[in-house]
Each structure stands twice: as C-alpha cells, then as structure tokens.
Design a protein around this ligand. Sequence first.
Ligand code: KG4
Ligand code: ZN
Length: 336
Amino acid sequence: MLLLGIESSCDETGVALVHAERDGVPRLLGAALHSQVAMHRDYGGVVPELASRDHIRRLLPLLREALAQAGVALHEVQAVAYTRGPGLAGALLVGAGLATALACALGVPALGVHHLEGHLLSPFLSADPPAFPFVALLVSGGHTQLMRVDGVGRYALLGETIDDAAGEAFDKSAKLLGLGYPGGPALARLAEQGDAAAFALPRPLMHSGDLDFSFAGLKTAVLTQVRRLGAELEARKADLAAATQAAIVDVLVHKALAALRATGLKRLVVAGGVGANRRLRAQLDEACARHGWRVHYPEPALCTDNGAMIALAAAMRWQAGGWPPQGEGLAFDVRP
Ligand code: KG4
Ligand code: ZN
C-alpha cells in the first residue's frame, strides 16, 4: 500500500509518502516540509488567514518534491491521508480539499487522520520503533496528554492539562521574557546558560495524585517575576528561563513516571514539539533507565508537525483493518 500524507493543521505544510505491507512497520519513502515560522514571526504568533493562503501556495510544489524524493509517480498512490483536526479550520480545509480532490482523481480512498494520532505513532518511523502497549506523553503547543496505548486506535486518556498546554507554557513564558516567536526553542536555548535554582517557581498539580496538568499558574508566576525584576530582567533572563523550563519539565517527568507506575507498563513514548526539549529527554532517560523502562522518541525531524506521521497513522490503521477500502467518498469535513 502506497500512501500519501498531507499535514496542514497549523503553520507547517507537510507532504510525505509511506509504503506499508500488511505486517511490519511502514517505511517512509519521501517527505517534503515547509515551515511558515518566518512569515508569522512579525505578528508574534500564527495568523490563521496567512497560514491558509500559504498552505495553498506550498502544497503542490511540496507534493512534487515528495514524489521525486520517493521515486514514485502520482498515479501509483493508493490512498491519500490528511489531517482532519484538530487545528485551524481554514488551514485544515486546504489539506483536506487537496487530499479529497487527488483521491477522487485517482479513484482511491481519502482518509481523515487525527493530528494527535499522527504525533502518537510517529516514533514508529524511528530506527528503534516501540512495541505496544505503552504510555504516551503527548506534549505539543495545543495539547498535554498522557495516554495508555494498547494498539492502533486503542487509546485511553489517563490525564491531560486543565488549562494551558506545556508548549503554550514555554511559548507564553518566552513572550514574557521578550524572546520572540516561536518562544519554546528560544527559551530552551537560553535556559542552557542559566541557573534553574535562582528562582523558586511553582510546580502546579505535581502532587495532585492524578495524572492531570496545569500550567496557567506557572505563567502568572513568571509574569510576577518579570514585573518584580523590572530593569534587572535583562541580567537575570537566563536564570528565569532555566527556572521556567525546570518547572515545566519537572511536572512532565513526575506525571509520566506516575503514569508508568499506575499502568504497570514499561515503555514510554514521547511525542509532540516539546518532546524535542533536551532537559525533558535527559531527565526522562535518566529516570526510566533507573527503573529499567524504555523511552522512545520520534526522529528529531518528526517531532514537530509533518506529513509523514499522517501517512503513517493511516497506514497503521489500514494494517489494523481500521478503514473501509471504499474510503469516504467526495464529502469531507474538518474538525478544528
Ligand atoms: O507538535 P508541535 O510542532 O505543534 C503542535 O501541534 O502544537 O509543537 C509545537 C510546540 C510549541 O509550543 C513549541 O514552542 C514547542 O513545541 N517546542 C519546544 C521545543 N521545540 C518545540 N518546547 C520546548 N523546548 C523545545 N526544544
Ligand atoms: Zn502537532
């Protein structure tokens, strides 16, 4: 089965081709990606209308690039997968529209994929793929969730954020520190030069006894420090960045370990943009090694949004017998 995957939920346009047999891990044949980060930077965040228009401009050139890389022709594609949601409505519609049109022209099924299922399964494209069952820590700009994953489509939510997502906490704190957009990676870079113990920031819900998260209070605490420091902020910025990162990472690590303990599972999969954070990886690796648990990450290029994870999720659904061969016809919808 040769699958085309299209991702356009937010500010990344991704197209990829994946090959799957009935069994075994699907293989990535080619992938093309364009990030709109530079375009949105001037506005301090993603401008939905600009995002949609840019997806329209980029998708066909990216499709040609991915096909060339994979060495396959468009007419060989046997299914077209696209991100149905969650994401920006207009941005999603661009990918969904193209996917449905291509599928119609090719006479193959079009398949709407849940964006988070893509993130969740993305480590299967790494050199050392996980095995089911596992606990997944999904940490992106919009979501922070712990799931129990028993197989493709067999997901149980163990806990999630009750307000901001972890990536949002990174981004909003970075904005308070004047680090621009997107702030998460910038804050992480600055934190490397700072002393995390220089500020005592809260670890919300860390000892709540459940697997939920809360990051809104942390953002307020960072704001309070920024106001208190005033002109001194510049000199203390790296320390405050380090303290913020430490607070977010401490909570994520604590709850991920609690989820492994609660489920009795011995494998952890970390996915989503924040999964690229080096402190998070170092602490999870260290703690899990101590317990004899395994941690799996996607390849660095597949941590943030991309088309490969969407094609992969559809491929694994097909392997599991999860979608009908006739697909969904010409109608398509998105779930922002
Ligand atoms: O999964 P993703 O690319 O997009 C969403 O679906 O949200 O995640 C983006 C999020 C942003 O909040 C970004 O700041 C954060 O991931 N991020 C990081 C790092 N790299 C990306 N946060 C902390 N440390 C990083 N190294
Ligand atoms: Zn994402």
